[in-house]
Design a protein around this ligand. Structure first.
Ligand SMILES: [Zn+2]
Ligand SMILES: [Zn+2]
Length: 150
């Protein structure tokens, strides 16, 4: 089943919800702020076409791995490699590989940063695009699910 993590607009906390077309509200457990959600039968089946929070259709997928931890591990491996003749990079590569295998991809809405896990149409979701992100976040552009074209 698809799991959804909404970012609370009021306090920034993550609100975990499961798609249910009968529920139209998600309450933040930290500040009690209510976020309106629009789940459909499609969402219940794990198919993501339209964001249940902001109704946009622009998403990206990335490995479900905290980027800060990734950078930190890389720095540690770089420092250790001085003494281990690069072996730490091999270990980092293997650890990274295993983590990605275990964690799988996460899909994120450009507009409202809602996270989706166990999306069944994952192959339709493209990786992060910096230009699209800038245009959606700063210019409020709506790509309507279409890839960026020049
Ligand atoms: Zn909140
Ligand atoms: Zn959204």
């Amino acid at each position: 089943m698809m799991s959804v993590q909404i970012t609370c607009k009021n306090c920034g906390s993550g609100i975990e919800v499961h798609p249910d077309h009968l529920s139209d509200k998600a309450q933040c457990h930290v500040c009690s702020h209510i976020t309106e959600v629009h789940f459909t039968k499609e969402h219940e089946a794990g198919i993501l076409k339209e964001c249940p929070v902001c109704s946009r259709m622009d998403f990206y997928q990335q490995k479900d791995f905290n980027r800060k931890i990734g950078v930190l591990l890389f720095v540690i491996a770089a420092i250790l490699s001085i003494w281990t003749y690069g072996m730490s990079f091999v270990v980092l590569y293997i650890a990274d590989f295993i983590l990605h295998k275990v964690l799988g991809p996460v899909v994120i809405c450009y507009k409202c940063t809602t996270n989706f896990r166990d999306v069944s149409n994952i192959e339709e979701i493209r990786p992060y695009d910096h230009e699209m992100n800038d245009r959606i976040v700063y210019s409020d552009h709506d790509f309507k699910g279409k890839p960026l074209s020049h």
